[in-house]
Design a protein around this ligand. Structure first.
Ligand code: FAD
Length: 448
């Protein structure tokens, strides 16, 4: 329950620890988290929903054709707008370098101290933005542990019809390819309550199980015609796995700095960075910290400041999700391994951005002392992507520009597994915009 920009009451269950899934991580330090439930990870998320910038879809081209998205910002723009309406966003509502404004329902402004820092940041080609957050303005209540939960806010309210039904505890284990019809004809699922297998027949299939499970389902759908996994003719299924390298910084400032509204210092300018090597910094802001500041009579300002840094990096083919048939999970399905770990250039990008941010804060008149700097293991930012990648050329990606499998066009994958690269911004709004665009194309093709 939220009101006046504060969380007034909240009950949220803990994110299941990775170990509860009984599946070993593949790399030395790659972790992963998932929730097998209605709403998935949106039962736990923060709700930060920045748009990607136009350059986020093209920046990687400087490194080679492998990193070129098959969609542009202009393709996604109407879908960003459509999804933003659903997400009831609080934000600044103004373009900031590397972060387009988007459609906000509640507008907030930068406080004066951050306006000063923003002024200096602009000289470097970056900026300070009010972080767009879903359902964080005005008053709202939701029967879920987060203000926006994809099941509670979107699916639960839809009227059930003979053509629309939700089946709970239905664990999809494979999509079934018909060699004769040259398309997928059935989804096979296990009812977790009974352990029995069932099939759903359809003309089209839309897979949205998240960047780890969508790839896993396709790998498990291997058949005579696709021995390496459904649609995997070029060996790229599971490859190009990426995640945001994630650093946490805690500071003590001599004079208190504003901690509300939640803010984000955008990435360094394209002209002054290597392609796909940049990070954003998100200021910590919470109802608890605000209430403490009121008790100290500093009113939404604090000397205890923290930031989360999310970095981008060029996705590599060798970073991948693999099945472990000999190490089954608790349901007897093949386990998964993640061949992914942070490397020195990823950590360097975070450290450089940390130093640039500290420079901005100091030069703006706020002396500070660093209390904690920590780079956490890969996977802990919960922003995996890239395992069922979009690319115009099948040798570099599984999906076309409308999220259809190149080799099996009646199957679409519409989550962050589709990302060609992983820009430093939070991914969910862009995953939803891609899903919206793919759905629109599917509807049009069905009508035709
Ligand atoms: C603490 C936390 C904070 C976060 N904060 C942000 C943020 O501020 N901004 C942001 O953009 N992102 C954030 N994220 C990430 C965000 O939650 C995810 O990007 C988003 O939920 C992904 O949505 P998804 O539907 O693709 O996958 P998921 O949310 O993982 O949902 C996958 C769904 O598929 C279902 N499923 C899986 N396998 C099967 C199967 N075999 N059969 C049937 N169903 C299956 C699951 O039950 C689940 O419902 C955060 C995540 C966490 C944990």
């Amino acid at each position: 329950m939220r009101g006046a920009g504060l969380t007034l009451a909240r009950k949220r269950r803990e994110l299941p620890p990775q170990s509860a899934w009984n599946v070993p991580p593949g790399g030395p330090s790659a972790a992963w988290f998932a929730e097998y439930s209605a709403g998935g990870l949106s039962n736990h998320w923060t709700g930060a929903v920045p748009r990607y910038a136009p350059s986020d879809f093209t920046e990687g081209e400087a490194l080679g054709p492998e990193f070129r998205w098959p969609v542009s910002y202009a393709d996604l723009e109407p879908h960003y707008a459509r999804i933003e309406e659903l997400l009831h966003i609080v934000g600044g509502g103004e373009d900031v370098p590397s972060m387009p404004a988007g459609h906000v329902s509640h507008k907030l402004h930068l406080p004066p101290d951050w306006q000063t820092i923003d002024g200096r940041a602009r000289k470097q080609g970056r900026g300070v933005a009010v972080l767009p957050l879903s359902y964080m303005g005005g008053a709202t209540a939701s029967a879920s542990g987060t203000p926006f939960n994809s099941y509670v806010r979107l699916l639960d309210g839809l009227p059930r019809t003979p053509r629309f039904e939700i089946r709970f505890r239905a664990r999809v284990i494979r999509l079934e390819w018909s060699g004769e019809k040259r398309r997928v004809t059935r989804a096979i699922y296990v009812d977790d309550a009974t352990g029995l297998e069932h099939a759903v027949e359809a003309d089209h299939f839309v897979l949205a199980a998240g960047p780890l499970f969508s790839a896993r389902i396709l790998l498990e759908s291997a058949c005579n015609d696709f021995a390496q996994g459904l649609g995997n003719v070029e060996g790229v299924l599971g490859a190009y796995l990426h995640d945001h390298p994630y650093g946490k910084l805690e500071l003590r400032t001599e004079q208190p700095l504003s901690i509300f509204p939640p803010l984000c210092v955008t990435r360094r300018a394209l002209a002054s960075s290597e392609p796909l090597r940049a990070a954003q910094a998100v200021l910590w802001s919470s109802t608890g910290a605000r209430v403490k500041s009121w008790a100290r009579l500093t009113f939404d300002r604090s000397s205890a400041i923290g930031f989360n840094f999310f970095g981008t990096h060029p996705p590599e083919k060798k970073h991948r999700l693999r099945l472990l048939p000999d190490e089954p999970d608790e349901k007897g399905r093949p386990g998964i391994a993640l061949d992914f770990a942070l490397d020195a250039p990823m950590v360097r990008t975070l450290e450089e951005t940390r130093d640039e941010l500290l420079g901005l804060i100091h030069e703006s008149g706020f002396k500070s002392q660093t209390l904690v700097w920590e780079v956490v293991p890969a996977g802990t930012s919960f922003h995996y992507g890239g395992t069922v990648r979009m690319h115009a050329e099948p040798r570099f990606g599984m999906l076309d520009g409308f999220n259809r499998l190149h080799a099996v066009p009646n199957v679409r994958v519409v989550d962050a597994s589709a990302f060609t690269t992983g820009p430093e911004k939070n991914p969910t709004l862009t995953a939803m915009a891609l899903a919206s665009r793919s759905a629109e194309e599917l509807a049009a093709s069905l009508r035709r």
